[in-house]
Design a protein around this ligand. Structure first.
Ligand code: ME8
Length: 521
């Protein structure tokens, strides 16, 4: 079985996770489920990034030790991923022994190799990002990543000799043009950081204590990014007694990150790996941000929205459908209560829900709920629909394979719309009146078969809806798999339910918009 190793960033457990953080994880989980459905041995890693000054400060404010704080937050994170039914294979915490020991060893080794050296650092420090910037990197005198104030600081520190590897990285970009997706992000990294010449990276701190100590110089704490990035290999047992997972899964096939942290993953991470003599991940995909009408989510604006209340009120499937559909490949998307309610009512209730209800209703009325076997009595109309669906499925697969998830969803809804159109074209109620049995059978066959296909196509991100459709149609287990999608000869002797239940109940628009607004904090 071919393997597929997929990672999310490890999240800072500084506060509750909002829908932006949830987005990366939903995206990763969808890709994992798709890959599994296509026969891969897919392995998904997630976790929490628990060291650093910010965590130390948050804990202090709460009157807790950093360890107490991160223990509580890691549990909260797991609770959320359970609620969202995230099928992760491992959850790494950077305070775990399996991680800390290996990171300290790696630092030692890089020092011995001469890749890390001691010097003094003076620069502009962004506290929330825990990153130093040079004067040139600042944007209007502020942090280029988050736009907040920076402070001039000086300290004794260890540095990683990035310059030594810059040419190799440039060559790597050249030889692997699809290493960073989308291409625009790669060009940005290349033009803004690689071309002007890489600065060496500060990889230790003396200004705080909450981190992994440098073994030979314990007043230094290992800089949070060298610590954090390494999680992707320590979780697989790199540098430990048992590195069988490392042998099996490394290099990663896909690493998902937000656009704000692509610099760390696209430049420093491959260089650290080169220094360790390890293969570089196959692809890094930088996704965009979920924005609100008035810009970024922030507590001070009171526009932060969390997954839990949305899931509780509208269900997991509708929540996932919305955030995946609204976020185009690599671009920002906007969350508005209006668009959420609209997509729910139009896409889910009208387009998909009605297709199922109409089909089951007609089938019960005309044939006592039974579909016998394939036929194509409507000739042209049937063939055109079949060709459309086969083309559409190939397109959905292509979009999934290149991680254009919102396109995959849009294409699936094209198939839903095309199937609804087929009902209008064939007008089964007329066929019924005119007693055209064969033609009517053919219409019903095609409707049930298309619904079966649609249910399978949505299964990576709408598991429950998928099962509810397949259950109501009484599709046997062996016809619920991805490999049964590509032809029309599969179903026979199907008896659909007599009591269809509504997939998505229509929302009262104004009331729900207000309800969602009330969820913002
Ligand atoms: O950066 N929309 O952790 P983090 C989409 N610990 N994605 C968003 C978002 C939004 N509104 N807000 C945040 C870190 N994210 C580091 C990672 S990895 C070795 C270390 C995404 O908790 C953000 O882009 O601050 C990032 O990819 C992820 O959430 C984690 O952010």
């Amino acid at each position: 079985m071919e393997k597929f190793y997929l990672t999310t960033p490890i999240y800072y457990p500084s506060g509750k996770f909002h829908i932006g953080t949830a987005y990366t994880t939903v995206l990763a989980n969808t890709i994992k489920r798709y890959k599994k459905a296509r026969g891969y041995d897919a392995y998904l890693l997630t976790g929490t990034d628990e060291h650093g000054q910010k965590i130390e400060q948050v804990a202090m404010k709460e009157g807790k030790t950093p360890q107490e704080h991160v223990d509580k937050m890691a549990e909260e994170a797991k609770k959320l991923w359970n609620l969202m039914e995230i099928e992760y294979d491992d959850f790494i915490r950077t305070t775990q022994e399996r991680h800390e020991t290996v990171v300290a060893d790696i630092f030692d080794r890089l020092m011995e190799q001469g890749d890390i050296y001691k010097s003094e650092y003076e620069g502009w420090y962004c506290m929330p990002c825990e990153t130093y910037f040079t004067e040139r990197q600042l944007v209007d005198g502020k942090c280029p990543d988050c736009g907040r104030e920076v402070k001039k600081m000086k300290e004794e520190a260890y540095f990683f000799n990035m310059k030594k590897y810059a040419d190799r990285l440039i060559q790597f970009y050249h030889d692997n043009p699809n290493f960073i997706l989308p291409e625009s992000r790669k060009n940005e990294l290349f033009n803004n950081f690689l071309k002007p010449g890489l600065e060496d990276l500060c990889v230790s701190r003396t200004s705080f204590d909450w981190g992994i100590k440098v073994k030979k110089d314990p007043k230094h704490v290992i800089y949070v990014w060298l610590d954090a990035l390494t999680n992707y290999i320590t979780a697989l047992g790199y540098g430990s007694q048992d590195d069988s997972l490392m042998k099996k899964y490394w290099p990663a096939d896909l690493q998902l990150v937000g656009k704000d942290i692509i610099r760390f993953h696209g430049i420093y991470w491959p260089i650290f790996l080169m220094a360790l003599g390890l293969p570089i991940p196959k692809q890094i995909y930088a996704h965009g941000w979920i924005m609100m009408k008035d810009g970024k989510m922030s507590k001070s604006k009171g526009n932060v929205i969390y997954p839990e209340p949305l899931i509780e009120r509208y269900g997991l499937d509708a929540f996932q459908y919305f955030i995946l559909r609204e976020m185009s490949f690599g671009q920002d998307g906007t969350f508005t209560p209006e668009s959420f309610v609209e997509r729910f009512n139009f896409d889910l209730c009208n387009d998909l829900g009605n297709l199922l209800n109409r089909t089951i209703g007609m089938l019960n009325k005309y044939f006592d709920g039974k579909v016998e076997k394939y036929c194509d009595a409507n000739k042209e109309l049937d063939k055109t629909l079949e060709n459309y669906a086969i083309g559409s499925i190939a397109q959905v697969e292509n979009e999934f394979d290149t991680y254009y998830i919102s396109n995959a969803i849009a294409e699936t809804w094209n198939l839903v719309a095309r199937t609804n159109k087929y009902i209008d074209e064939t007008a089964p109620w007329v066929l019924y009146k005119e007693e055209k049995q064969e033609e009517l059978k053919s219409v019903m066959y095609h409707l049930v078969e298309n619904l079966r296909k649609i249910a399978i196509l949505i299964s990576p991100y709408m598991k429950h809806t998928s099962n509810r459709i397949l259950d109501q149609l009484n599709i046997p287990e062996n016809l619920r798999t991805w490999d049964t999608l590509h032809t029309y000869d599969k179903i026979a002797n199907i008896q659909v339910t007599k009591t269809p239940d509504v997939l998505f109940a229509r929302l009262e628009k104004e009331q729900e918009i207000e309800a969602i607004k009330g969820m913002m904090k």
